[in-house]
Each structure stands twice: as C-alpha cells, then as structure tokens.
Design a protein. Structure first.
Length: 482
C-alpha cells in the first residue's frame, strides 16, 4: 500500500508543469502564470568544480537574450584582442609630400574599425598630417571602408534607417564611421521670442548635413520640447528639427543616425582639413577598396583601449559599438554581421557544457539570437576563471546602486550592492527582458545568475518592474542565505 502511494505521488509529480519544479525563484516564476517563457539559473562558483545551484527555472530553454548578447561579444573580444588592444585609423598617400608640402594624388583615410572614433580623433589626424608637412592635396580625400561597410541591415530599424530615422541607436555600420554613425546638431534659443531657434552642427560652423529648422524660440520659462527626424532625399541627408526652446534655456544637442557613415566621415574630415588650411582639390569619395600595398603612412591615431570600449559598450548598451566590434572579430574580406556572430559562436563553442547558441549580432538587436540561462552562466564562470581578463570584463557590468541606467536601481539594498549585471530589452516582435551577471554572498562567495524572459503574441505587456522587482527579491534571499 505504501509503495503504491509513493508511486502515485511520483507519477503526479512528473505530471506537474516544469515551472512548478522551479527552485530558488519563487517570485520570478510568477511570470509563468501569465504565459511568459522563462529560463533562469543562479549558482555559486566552486573552487575549480561546479558550485551549488541556488535557483533553476528551465535553464536549458533556448530564448532570445536581447542585449545580454553583448556579454558574449565582450568575452570573445577580450579573448581575441586582450584588454589593451587599440584600433588604429590612418591617413595614407601613394606618395609623400614634396618639399612644398604638396601631396600629389589622393589622401586616403584607412578606416580601422574603431567603434569609438570621434571628431576629436579626426582633429588629431589632421594635426598630425600638418606636422608631417602636408599643406595641399592635388587629388581627392578617399574614405576607405575596405574592412567592412556598407553592411547589409538585418533589423527593421536599421533597414528603415537608410531612408529616415528618429533615433540614434540604430546606426548603420562601417569600419570608417565617426561619432557612432550619428549626425549631431546643437539647438540654441534666439535672443527674442518668436524667432527661429539657432541650429548649427556640433562640430564646427560648416554645414555638414542640411538642416530643416522648424524650432521656434519661446519666452523665458516656457519649456523646451524638441524632436528630430533624419530623412534622405536625392541630395543626401537632412536633419528636420521641430519644437520649441525658451529664451533662457541652455543649448541642447540632438543626434540622429546618418544614412552613409563613411560619407559622413568624409564630409567631417573635409571640413577639418579646410579649417586647418589643407585644401583638397578633388573633394571626397568613399570606396570599399583597400589602400595600395605600398601606401605611405602620413598620420595615425590609436583609439581607446578595448577595456574602455567595452565599458562604454555594455554600460550604455551601445548597439553601434557592439556590432562594430562584432565585425572586427569576423574573419575574411568584407564580412557580414552574421559572420561576426559566427566568430562569437565559435568562441562560446569551445566552452565545455555551453550548449546551443545563435548570435546573428553581438548587439542583440537581432531577435533571432538564441541562448539559454545555463549557457550564459557557463560563459560567466569561464570569464571569472580568466585572471588576466576578468577585471576588465566585470568592470563593464553595472552595479544597480550606481549604474548609469537608472531603471535598474530597484529592489532591496542587498541586491543593489551585491550584484553586477547586464540587462537586455526588446519589444518587437515580442517583449524580452533579460539580465545576467555576478553576485557576492554575505560570506564573500561569488555566484553567477542569468534570467531570460520572453513574451509571446498573447502575453501582456512586459516592463522592467515586473522582472527586476521579482528577480531582486529572489537573488537577495540567496545572497543572505550564504
């Protein structure tokens, strides 16, 4: 009789939904009742051996990680290049300048795939070109994006951004892009109310992009509301700015992605050369051809160390930087973004026990990306055990108590002060909220956690409070208990 009862109990247990067997995530698993697909795992890290699992909720389920994909990119980049690697941008010519400072032929910008190349870097290039004795260029300024670019778009935002865009996060990709692939304009009030606002480029006085100014100056303390739309017509890009700014408001900057990052770089650099008194007779063009093998280096600028690039990429979840680094990881000529993802997959494939992984981008903008909570934790543990790489890796994550993303400042203080994490968000085609990172228990032990929450076509709207409030309570319990 007792045996039959035990058998019946076991049979009933096996019939329970998988979520009912969840361990350690009692608050988080409430989302499953609304139909959300959830994968979660939290475990302590042992001394060279698998640590104790503190929480588990369908950890092997393949789900969309959104921007948690960026931790794969960061790990693969550190593994390939090392924390102190810098990407170099060069100015080269077929010849050296003559005694009078004339460069006969083209001046070529060799785009080095620096994801954080800025106008400040271009100014350094121009200064070093001047120091090299160049005073005139008889040919053209040629912007070479031979490493990669233009890159085929894989997401709706980037594809639509080739014609019009109202955001700064979906920038198109090129190895010769500057300022994260964005145009920037500064909006300042006129002196008198009723007059059009003063709208100028952020980088000098020359009009780098056409401006359609529809902003009106309002009386003091009237408030400032600005919007911007970049559209592209037969003559190129136009920044269409609208709204109002009060007479006592400080100037504001507006950023919108360009339709051709390499051309944007050419326009910006041409204006700087002109200002430095180095005329370029033939204007500027872009090319996908590599500079001649025997080209002379005239000037060069090294970008920021990779460890600093990763901090900016992950802290601000910068999609342009992430996907540029993804392309830097790819092998072969003129790779696609998917080929860059293949390189990250190959890195993760060498981690014992990781399991399946699909990354069409390192940014996580591609909703087809797939991994599991257990797989993410394998990656996190691997990086923890790399003494020369881990400090740079963990520094790129955020502490909820003082991270730049204010929405993560939720939950108990013990969660905010004992966790470092990366979050991920998508709203189309389904809602995604994901988080992964490290925690420290009260006894000082390290642990890893990953949570992937995916909606479906029939689930309600998913916001961060629904996930972080629950996750913070569950992790706080684990931190206190150990």
């Amino acid at each position: 009789m007792l045996f039959r009862r035990l058998s019946l109990c076991l049979s009933l247990l096996l019939l329970l939904p998988l979520t009912a067997l969840a361990k350690g995530f009692p608050h988080l698993e409430e989302l499953a009742d609304d139909g959300f697909r959830i994968g979660a795992e939290a475990r302590l890290l042992g001394n060279g051996e698998p640590g104790e699992t503190l929480g588990s909720l369908s950890p092997g389920q393949q789900l969309t990680p959104a921007s948690v994909s960026k931790i794969y990119l960061a790990a693969a980049a550190l593994d390939r290049f090392g924390p102190q690697h810098r990407f170099t941008t060069r100015l080269v010519g077929a010849t050296e300048p003559d005694a009078a400072g004339v460069l006969h032929g083209d001046l070529i910008l060799d785009g080095g795939g620096d994801p954080a190349l800025t106008t400040e870097d271009l100014w350094r290039l121009v200064q070093r070109l001047h120091q090299a004795g160049v005073r005139e260029v008889t040919g053209r300024l040629v912007v070479s994006q031979w490493r990669f670019g233009p890159v085929s778009c894989l997401t709706v935002d980037r594809c639509e951004g080739q014609r019009r865009v109202d955001n700064a996060y979906s920038a198109l990709l090129s190895s010769a892009a500057v300022n994260y692939g964005n145009w920037c304009v500064t909006v300042a009030p006129a002196r008198t109310a009723g007059a059009p606002a003063v709208v100028t480029p952020c980088d000098g006085q020359r009009e780098l992009v056409r401006i359609d100014n529809r902003i009106e100056t309002k009386p003091a303390d009237s408030g400032t509301q600005l919007s911007a739309l970049r559209v592209t017509d037969g003559q190129g890009d136009v920044m269409r700015v609208d709204g109002q700014i009060s007479t006592n408001a400080y100037p504001r900057q507006l950023y919108r992605t360009s339709s051709d990052p390499a051309d944007q770089t050419g326009r910006t650099l041409m204006a700087m050369l002109e200002q430095a008194g180095i005329p370029v007779a033939g204007g500027h063009v872009t090319t996908t051809l590599e500079p001649p093998a025997g080209a002379h280096r005239l000037a060069a600028v090294d970008g920021k160390p990779l460890q600093e690039l990763l901090l900016r990429t992950l802290n601000y979840s910068n999609n342009f930087m992430a996907d540029t680094l993804t392309l830097d990881l790819a092998t072969g000529a003129r790779p696609s973004l998917t080929q860059g993802g293949d390189a990250i997959e190959a890195f993760a494939g060498r981690l014992p026990g990781h399991g399946p992984l699909r990354l069409d981008s390192g940014s996580g903008l591609t909703p087809e990306n797939r991994t599991s909570a257990a797989g993410v934790n394998v990656l996190l543990e691997h990086m923890f055990r790399q003494p020369s790489l881990f400090p740079s890796f963990v520094a790129a994550l955020q502490s909820p108590s003082n991270g730049v993303m204010r929405f993560i400042r939720r939950g108990p203080a013990i969660f905010q002060d004992h966790v470092m994490l990366k979050t991920g968000t998508l709203n189309q085609p389904v809602s995604v909220r994901a988080a992964a990172g490290y925690f420290r228990t009260l006894s000082g032990r390290w642990g890893v956690f990953s949570v992937l929450v995916n909606g479906t076509g029939s689930t309600p709207y998913l916001n961060w409070s629904m996930v972080l409030d629950r996750l913070s309570e569950d992790l706080a319990t684990m931190i206190r208990a150990h």
